[in-house]
Ligand binder design. Sequence first.
Ligand SMILES: [Zn+2]
Ligand SMILES: [Zn+2]
Length: 243
Amino acid sequence: MALRTAVDAVLSVVLAPSCAACDELLDRPTRGPVCDQCWDSIRPLTPPLCDRCGDPLPAWRSISIPLALCPRCRRAGRFVDRARAIGSYDGALRAIVHAMKYEGRRSLARPLAALMRRRGADMLDGAACVVPVPLHRSRRRQRGFNQAVDLARHLGLPVIPALHRIRATASQTGLPAAQRHRNVRDAFRLTRAGRLLPGATVVLVDDVSTTGATLEACARALKEIGVVEVRALTAARVVSPPR
Ligand SMILES: [Zn+2]
Ligand SMILES: [Zn+2]
């Protein structure tokens, strides 16, 4: 411990590394590239939450409806049975996901996954394995790694690469929800490992869920071969405005 403190003292003077999320100088660089204040600022989504997708609901809704579902989940037939995230995709959580994904700070996967385990314990409970959402191989080559695989490795369940992405879907950013769903609908196929999963309960893992379109497309491919229950656990979730 004393050694670590000494190493921290030297590193913070010599290298002056700054937090990957807030840019403040790190007091204890040996503890990772994000400062304690940033980790502490990540709040869980506030209940009541939609039973299915995990979006926050207006408080009155959980009292008036036995199964608390958000408007989107009540409208659509869904392949993802239940989904949860550490928190909303903003602030420090957004900065941390960015640093991991676009700046190659892969060591952030472990502490992020630790938070996913803690806040998504009921997603992992009783599941047979985790299935990372795949990148298309061209994207994978470009980035050098798949952040969903990095996260999945630290969730304490076997990692099964059950899916591959057969179409390089255009960037989803800026597309309306309906178009995102069309964009990814047939983008995933089962791998040989995936064919072992009929009858299982599995947990899809990704860094961010935006409209849920990608998770839905993955879940659909898994359900088509007889996976019983598909849950989803992501680091962050873009929360739709409450209605
Ligand atoms: Zn910070
Ligand atoms: Zn919902």
